[in-house]
Design a protein around this ligand. Structure first.
Ligand SMILES: Nc1ncnc2c1ncn2[C@@H]1O[C@H](COP(=O)(O)OP(=O)(O)OP(=O)(O)O)[C@@H](O)[C@H]1O
Ligand SMILES: [Mg+2]
Length: 269
C-alpha cells in the first residue's frame, strides 16, 4: 500500500462534492476515485450518501458544488442521457426499466435503432427486427440464459430477470464506466453469482465498475478496492487484503478510522 498520489489518471474523479435536498445533506464534501479496469465497491450505512454520490456521476443529480472529471476532463452532466453519451451506464437502485415494453425495447430505450431510408428518416420507424436480433446477441454474450423470449414484456419477468435486463443494458452499452447500485439486492443465489461473474467479465474487458452493495461477502469477492462512505463523505478506501469485513463495518459505523497512509488510494492492478 502506498500514500503516493497515483500517476494513473482516474477514469472518474470527484472532489469535495456537496449535494443537499432542502435541509437534508446528501453529500457533505465527498471524494471519489475510480481507476481504469478496476472494480470499486462503495459501501456504507443506509443514508451514507452512496446513491447520491453515484447519481452525480450518472447525470441524475447535479451537485451543488465540487468537481467531477472523466479521464481528467471536467464534466457537468445535466441528464442521464448526457452521462450515457460519455460512456457512463448506470443501473439505479430503483430499476429504471419500462415494464410495459418488451426486453429488446428496454435494452434500446433512449437509443432506438431506426430503419434506413425514407421510413426511418421521415416516419422514424423503428427497426424492431434488428433491435431484437442484437438484443438476443447481447444477452447471449453476457451468458443470460434465463430470459427465453426477447419479445416478452418486462412486467411479466421475475425481479431477478428484470435486474438481468437492466444489467445487460449497462454491459451492452457502457464503454467506460458501469455503475451498479445494489444489483444483487433482489436476486437469488444463482442470479447473484451470474451478476458477479458479469462484473468480473466487464473488468476483464477493461471497463471500470462501481458496485454499491451491502453484501460484504460479495464485496470481498469481486472488489479491487473498497470505498467506505459515511455521513456524506468518503471515510476511507481500503483493499480486501488489508482489511477484514469487520474492519469495514467498523469504518462504516465510525468505530474505526484509517490513517490516510494506510488507505488504498491508488490502484491495486
Ligand atoms: N431526492 C431526495 N430528496 C431528499 N432527500 C434525499 C433525496 N435523495 C437522498 N436523500 C437523502 O440523502 C441522504 C443520502 O441518501 P442516499 O440515498 O444517497 O443513501 P444511500 O447511502 O444510498 O443509502 P441506502 O444504503 O439506504 O441506499 C439520506 O439522508 C437521504 O434521505
Ligand atoms: Mg442507496
Amino acid at each position: 500500500m502506498t500514500t503516493a498520489t497515483s500517476t494513473v489518471t482516474p477514469v472518474m474523479q470527484g472532489r469535495n462534492l456537496v449535494k443537499t435536498f432542502g435541509r437534508v445533506v446528501g453529500l457533505d464534501g465527498a471524494d471519489l476515485d475510480l481507476f481504469p479496469g478496476e472494480v470499486l465497491a462503495v459501501v456504507g450505512d443506509n443514508g451514507a450518501g452512496k446513491s447520491t454520490l453515484i447519481k452525480c456521476f450518472s447525470g441524475a443529480h447535479v451537485p451543488d458544488s465540487g468537481e467531477m472529471t472523466l479521464n481528467g476532463n471536467k464534466i457537468t452532466f445535466r441528464s442521464t442521457h448526457e452521462a450515457r453519451g460519455a460512456g457512463v451506464e448506470t443501473v439505479f437502485q430503483t430499476l429504471a426499466v419500462s415494464p410495459a415494453l418488451d426486453i429488446a425495447s428496454n435494452l434500446y430505450l433512449g437509443r432506438e435503432v431506426r430503419k434506413g431510408g425514407f421510413m426511418g428518416t421521415v416516419f422514424r420507424t423503428l427497426d424492431k427486427k434488428r433491435m431484437r436480433q442484437e438484443s438476443a446477441q447481447h444477452l447471449k454474450d453476457l451468458g443470460i440464459s434465463t430470459l427465453q423470449n426477447i419479445t416478452q414484456a418486462v412486467e411479466t419477468l421475475s425481479g431477478g430477470q428484470r435486474q438481468a435486463v437492466a444489467v445487460a443494458r449497462c454491459a451492452a452499452f457502457g464503454s467506460q464506466v458501469i455503475i451498479l447500485d445494489e444489483p444483487t439486492a433482489a436476486l437469488g443465489v444463482n442470479e447473484s453469482a451470474r451478476v458477479l461473474k458479469m462484473i468480473q467479465d466487464l473488468r476483464d474487458r477493461g471497463l471500470s465498475v462501481i458496485l454499491i452493495s451491502h453484501n460484504m461477502p460479495q464485496v470481498f469477492e469481486v472488489a479491487d478496492r473498497i470505498h467506505v462512505a459515511r455521513l456524506g463523505k468518503r471515510a476511507a478506501v481500503v483493499n480486501p487484503q488489508s482489511h477484514s469485513m469487520n474492519d469495514v463495518v467498523a469504518i462504516m459505523t465510525g468505530a474505526m478510522t484509517v490513517p490516510v497512509e494506510e488507505q488504498q488510494l491508488t490502484p491495486v492492478r
